[in-house]
Design a protein around this ligand. Structure first.
Ligand code: BGC
Length: 813
């Protein structure tokens, strides 16, 4: 791949970088390559370098505080962004995130996540885009271009093959070279070529025996050598393990700090002759280049000198959400809702919406519009009723409704040294982010104290998330006074582990009670930085499930349409662990079946970041997948259900039952996870196995109909003419698939080669133009270690999904 030609501005920045590098001594250089805390690199005032600030993550910008009192715009999940099949919308999402980053003093966004949906069980499936490398690359390119056009850097992550969470720190993924090139490296390659990212993040896992923070071949030879990547390589958090291995493997920055394999350890390695100073200089050069690009190196003109025009975050979050919703079934035009009809809205997630996935992608939005909020605002008075129906959250959850809490910090003598608000009962203070007056030296205990006002009467459970000594008191009674210990060795277990139930208390709706959770702070020794992290968790009274379903059935019977919102929980979809199955938690399947039996106009809204099984899918009138829809999801849902907008999404990944899914394995055996399916994942594998999924890749209905009128292929240009044969204006995602028709190496039956969207009014036609990329006809030759074009005949197909191909044309390559 040829690198972009440096502009005069690039050259000027490089000159500043070289001059700055030349004045630094070894200790300063080594220091610059190590995190000084959870999110930042040290400032070097001697060269006019400010501290570089990084922050998660794909759907928002959390900033350096991990708390609800530092809110961020929360966009829909990455699966949703990919479901828009719209790189321009991804770019606009990126521009908003740059605006958020600037507002929070963040220079580099730790995103996008471009690992693939290899197995539907992957815990961070919701945080990745697609099972298809082309779609992933195109969406990721739009996103990176958007963020960087706002002057903020990106780290495309996690390089590479971090496609599951089980034993993520140690797993050795055995990936055949061809699969690596054609699938897992492909999105990174496309983004490097088309968006020139200023950073990548190397993953925790090993690939073919070498941990990714030390992978000389993939980082130095492929990413930098073949692809000409000139950005900065940041480790995933705690992924750098060995000073010499990491420097030689092309790792520039070891995060987080201050305890890392770089810093003083790196300076020592140079002095001992174990590492050449030139390798350190190369890493420092890349860090300074990043700093220059984002405008924190004195004398260097940033790539984007002035902030771009302001973006309305709430409006954009709503637009992306409705454009991402995938209508997979709509019998007898059950949607949009008939005007003037009545609606029974059902489901716990209709009231307490699940708008984002768990783990480092978490941000804290200033507001959340639930489906109940959205529909209440959109429908006339008296048209809407609500019933819980079934509650998937049978487990304790953090940040529940009704808690008003403050964190009071005391020293060893019991004197108060500081305090801070702690909405939702979550404490995550990292590095120097402590309440005013508090230091790691004077902090002895944190007491989360305040009130809880129950929404319902009955037995309420309280629990504790975190490690170490805790005392839990509710309404004057102490229920727990002991030490919680980890059951896993992930250093982030206090963040990612499950809360443990410790108290059950009978409470009355509307009557506040005092709650206090006191924690004696013990700084974890296995983390490189100081973190105070724990949370108070809660779950409300569990009503008799049959009674709840019966109430919902009554409500459904009395309404014109029943809208049931089903959902996963943050114990199902999160970073840090994989899923065990794809079933909806709790009694939600029973609920849908019972409601559908009572009302033929049952519409099911699936609020899940990744595929779940829908065993009742043929018994209901409509199924709308809304992913984790972000903070404005409820408003977007109202837009789509009422027909103010059509649902714009198409599946970025195949949906089907786990038992039929061809590739599922996420659990390593003896530390190894073989990708033995080679290049056959996602639709490639479903095709190969000859199985029919519930809903195929690319599928999604709008509110109008389309006829495919003509397909012309001229050279590498495909032109598809489509006509809107329905009664309202609409938007169509025209998909182009390529299948080999002649002899050659074993290849997928067909693959997505390109797509384009068109809009047309009723009766109008429009032409979609798609350029066929050369990679659609190439395979990676493992013997020759090169891309090879497989000459011969192919079929080009245009259609509405991989299964619904309307027009075909033969071509010869
Ligand atoms: C995740 C990264 C994230 C980092 C910082 C890690 O555990 O894998 O995606 O950027 O933490 O929060």
């Amino acid at each position: 791949m040829a690198g972009a030609q440096p502009t005069p501005a690039d050259k000027a920045r490089e000159a500043v970088v070289e001059a700055a590098l030349g004045t630094l001594d070894l200790d300063a250089k080594a220091r610059l390559l190590a995190g000084q805390d959870m999110w930042t690199l040290p400032a070097l005032p001697e060269i006019g370098l400010e501290s570089l600030v990084m922050s998660d993550g794909p759907i928002g910008v959390r900033g350096v505080r991990w708390s609800a009192d530092d809110p961020s715009v929360a966009l829909p999940s990455p699966t949703a962004l990919a479901a828009t099949w719209d790189p321009e919308l991804a770019r606009r999402a990126g521009v908003l995130l740059a605006q958020e980053a600037r507002r929070k003093g963040v220079h580099v966004l730790l995103a996008p996540t471009v690992n693939l949906h290899r197995s539907p069980l992957g815990g961070r499936h919701f945080e990745c885009y697609s099972e298809d490398p082309y779609l992933t690359g195109v969406i990721g390119t739009g996103y990176v271009r958007g963020v960087q056009s706002g002057g903020v850097g990106t780290t495309v992550k996690h390089f590479v093959a971090n496609d599951a969470e089980t034993d993520r720190l140690t797993v050795n993924n055995l990936v055949p070279e061809r699969a690596l090139r054609e699938l897992y490296l492909a999105p990174f390659e496309a983004i490097v070529e088309n968006a020139r990212p200023w950073g990548v993040m190397t993953a925790y896992n090993s690939v073919n025996g070498t941990t990714m923070t030390e992978h000389h071949h993939l980082v130095n030879e492929v990413l930098r050598g073949e692809w000409d990547f000139d950005g900065c390589n940041v480790s995933d958090w705690t992924a750098a393990r060995d000073t010499v291995g990491a420097v030689n493997g092309g790792l520039d920055v070891a995060m987080p700090g201050p305890r890392t394999v770089y810093g003083p350890a790196l300076a020592r390695a140079v002095r001992d002759g174990r590492v050449g100073e030139a390798a350190v200089d190369a890493a420092v050069r890349r860090v300074l280049r990043l700093a220059a690009r984002v405008g924190i190196l004195a004398g260097a003109e940033p790539v984007v000198p002035a902030p771009p025009a302001p973006v309305d975050g709430e409006a954009l979050a709503r637009e992306i959400a409705r454009r991402s919703f995938v209508l997979v079934r709509n019998e007898n035009r059950a949607l949009p809702l008939p005007p003037h009809g009545t609606v029974a809205l059902i489901g716990a997630a209709a009231r307490d919406a699940r708008v984002l996935g768990g783990g480092s992608a978490t941000v804290f939005p200033a507001r959340i519009v639930s489906p109940l909020d959205g529909l209440t605002a959109a429908l006339p008075e008296g048209a809407l009723t609500y019933a819980v129906g079934a509650d998937p959250a049978t487990e304790l959850a953090v940040a529940d409704q009704g808690l008003t809490l403050r964190a009071v910090c005391r020293d060893a003598a019991g004197e108060v040294v500081g305090s801070r608000s702690a909405p939702g009962g979550l404490i995550q203070w990292m590095g120097s982010d402590l309440p005013d007056g508090v230091t790691h030296d004077n902090l002895h205990t944190v007491e989360l104290t305040g009130t809880f006002t129950p929404r319902e009467s009955g037995p309420h459970r309280f629990g504790i998330k975190g490690m170490g000594p805790f005392t839990l008191t509710v309404d004057g009674t102490t229920y727990y006074d002991d030490v919680q210990r980890p059951d896993k060795d992930d250093p982030f277990e206090a963040f990612l582990g499950a809360p443990v139930p410790r108290a059950e208390v009978e409470l009355t709706a509307g009557e506040p009670v005092d709650v206090a959770l006191t924690h004696v702070v013990r700084l974890p020794e296995d983390l490189p930085m100081k973190v105070v992290g724990f949370a108070l968790a809660h779950s409300g009274p569990q009503r008799d499930p049959d009674e709840l379903i019966a109430e919902a059935v009554e409500a459904a019977r009395a309404a014109g349409t029943a809208v049931v919102v089903v959902a996963t929980t943050d114990r199902v979809e999160s970073e840090g662990f994989d899923r065990r199955d794809l079933t909806l938690p709790g009694r939600q399947d029973d609920l849908v079946r019972a409601v559908a039996a009572a009302n033929p106009n049952t519409v099911v809204v699936v609020n899940a970041g990744s595929p779940v099984e829908l065993p009742w899918r043929d018994e209901v009138a409509a199924v709308l997948l809304t992913w984790f829809p972000g903070q404005e999801g409820g408003g977007a849902l109202a837009d789509v259900l009422t027909g103010a907008h059509e649902p714009g999404g198409r599946l970025p990944t195949t949906w089907g039952p786990l038992a039929d899914a061809p590739v599922t394995q996420v659990v390593p055996v003896d530390g190894e996870l073989p990708y033995s399916e080679g290049v056959f994942i996602g639709y490639r594998a479903w095709d190969q196995a000859g199985r029919t999924p519930s809903y195929p890749f690319g599928h999604g209905l709008g509110y109008t109909d389309w006829a495919y009128e003509s397909l012309k292929v001229e050279g590498t240009t495909v032109r598809v003419r489509v006509r809107n044969t329905g009664e309202r204006a609409g938007r169509e995602v025209v998909q182009v698939y390529v299948s080999p028709a002649g002899p050659g190496p074993e290849r997928p039956a067909r693959l997505l080669a390109g797509f384009a969207s068109v809009e047309a009014g009723p009766g109008e036609s429009a032409e979609a133009t798609v350029e066929l990329p050369r990679r659609a006809f190439e395979v990676w030759d493992e013997t020759g270690e090169a891309w090879v074009c497989v000459k011969g005949s192919y079929e080009i197909a245009a259609g509405r999904s991989i299964a619904d191909r309307r027009l075909t044309a033969p071509i010869n390559v």
